[in-house]
Design a protein around this ligand. Structure first.
Ligand code: SF4
Length: 498
């Protein structure tokens, strides 16, 4: 039995296809990226005005779906198959004179990258005797702002066209599918043959590290396993590093900077290795600190969950709700901690508590502030116009502690080409670890918060609240350490190591 993912793997890496077919592990511990307050499927069906329909299940034969189609105008999640290649059609509308397929997407602007999957599905339908007259795409309407009640009709867009990344109408879904029409027999023959063949040799391709590292990476490329901190393979944003590695240039310090157009980060990496493992551009660091140091110094971290369908008034699709923060306030020798943990629609309560807890003057430090805290504060200001001025004032005082690392002002080879807060924490404070906590990762915190909201056992709920608070508080504690570590570098020569 093949699924569409098998075709994708086969196309991208034959070895991955073979390995996945041979291991066939069940997926476990599935984590939904979006918090779902209402099933998208039922919301879409409401939009389409569908009241009565047949719903398919795992393991249904093609005959079950075909029989359902005879008795129902609408069928949902129906299974179809051709020569063992199995698909699921989200929504199918069939009358005596018309057959329509509705593909669904969570992407705000679904483009032609989905066309391959759709064309395989439509071809399998054809093989099963169903020829669609029209093909639609259903996706979230990013202009929709929820009022008190969810408006399913305005929540979704039904389009016969793909959408460009800027939100404009692109090519017809039906036409693109027709252009990409597949010869399924040829694809299935090739997959069957490949499955029987000896395991292919690994060939590095963009799929090896796309989004996240392939699960077979260490087996495919053992030469890149347990690399030293100063390995050239940690060179940031470089398409040439593997070539250099294979040509015997193994360490960052051996890179000839004259021969490459190095970015500031790459320069810092090479210099760090040449200077014993650590590099600081002291002049740049001093200049940066002059503009940002303050008393009190306020350290802020937010936690939030992301919703596909807006759960509360004023929200748009695919929007977050901040449900927690931690603040450390350092004033001379004193350090004070404030925190908030909410549930449900806690946006206003959180915004008001934030304005109370943050002193009215002093810089506010966060990590990746421009990609997170700044945007979250802007969203809160939009929800609550009466608090907007005070909230947006916080943004004027916001400083991003990630800047010296992402701009190559500071680099330590132990960063191994990355600069997440956890990497830096491990570097400056090796004995203080997130792994000592019951909640140790961002996604785990999101998952626990979802359970926390639903938990009715008070004791258990309290335990979860404690874990969530500890996790968020650890982030701001580490921000304090990071800030003072950077400040300590100002008085040191370039020889200083953390
Ligand atoms: S690491 Fe790369 S070569 Fe190896 S299986 Fe994965 S995608 Fe294929």
């Amino acid at each position: 039995m093949y699924h569409y993912q098998d075709i994708t793997r086969f196309k991208n890496c034959k070895r991955l296809f073979q390995l996945m077919r041979r291991t066939r592990e069940e997926r476990s511990g599935y984590f939904s990226y979006y918090n779902v307050i209402k099933s998208p499927e039922s919301s879409i069906l409401k939009k389409l005005g569908v009241v009565s329909y047949f719903k398919g299940s795992i393991g249904d034969s093609v005959q079950v779906s075909l029989d359902a189609l005879k008795e129902n105008e609408w069928i949902v999640q129906a299974r179809f198959e051709y020569r063992g290649l199995r698909i699921r059609i989200p929504i199918l509308h069939h009358t005596d004179s018309l057959t329509e397929v509705y593909f669904t997407s969570n992407a705000p602007y679904p483009g032609t990258e989905c066309a391959e999957t759709f064309s395989v599905s439509v071809e399998i339908l054809r093989q099963c005797g169903i020829v669609p007259d029209k093909v639609f795409l259903v996706f979230p309407n990013m202009q929709y702002v929820r009022e008190d009640e969810l408006d399913d009709d305005r929540m979704w867009i039904v389009s016969e066209n793909f959408i460009t990344p800027k939100g404009n109408i692109s090519k017809s879904v039906y036409e693109v599918i027709r252009e990409k029409q597949k010869n399924l027999d040829e694809i299935i023959d090739r997959m069957e043959k490949c499955e029987m063949e000896e395991l292919r040799e690994p060939v590095k391709n963009s799929y090896c590290t796309k989004r996240e590292q392939c699960r077979f990476y260490a087996d495919c490329f053992p030469e890149f396993k347990d690399l030293p901190d100063n390995s050239i393979m940690h060179l940031a944003s470089s398409s040439e590093k593997e070539k250099m590695f294979r040509n015997g240039i193994l360490y960052l310090k051996d890179i000839d900077l004259e021969k490459m157009d190095a970015s500031r980060v790459q320069y810092a990496q090479v210099m760090a290795d040449r200077c014993g493992g650590f590099y600081a551009d002291h002049a740049a660091l001093k200049h940066w600190f002059e503009g940002i140091s303050s008393d009190p110094a306020i350290f802020l971290d937010f936690e939030w969950d992301l919703y596909l369908i807006p759960p509360y008034p004023g929200m748009k699709p695919i929007h977050p709700v901040v449900n927690q923060y931690s603040i450390h306030i350092v004033n001379g020798d004193t350090i004070e901690h404030k925190e908030y943990l909410g549930e449900g629609d806690c946006r206003r309560e959180l915004a008001e508590a934030l304005l109370r807890d943050i002193p009215s003057y002093g810089k506010i430090y966060a990590f990746n502030a421009k990609g997170a805290e700044r945007i979250r504060i802007e969203e809160l200001a939009e929800y609550f116009p009466d608090l907007a001025e005070d909230l947006l004032d916080l943004n004027k005082r916001l400083v991003d502690l990630q800047v010296p690392f992402e701009s190559g002002v500071l680099y330590d080879v132990r960063m191994k080409g990355t600069y997440s807060l956890k990497t830096l924490t491990k570097m400056i404070d090796p004995y203080h670890s997130y792994s000592d906590l019951d909640v140790s990762e961002g996604l785990e915190a999101v998952e626990i918060h979802r359970l926390y909201e639903k938990c009715e056992d008070l004791e258990e709920k309290e335990r979860m609240a404690k874990d969530l608070k500890e996790y968020c508080s650890m982030d701001t504690e580490e921000l304090v350490k990071l800030y003072f570590w950077m400040e300590s570098l100002l008085d040191s020569g370039s020889e200083v190591k953390p």
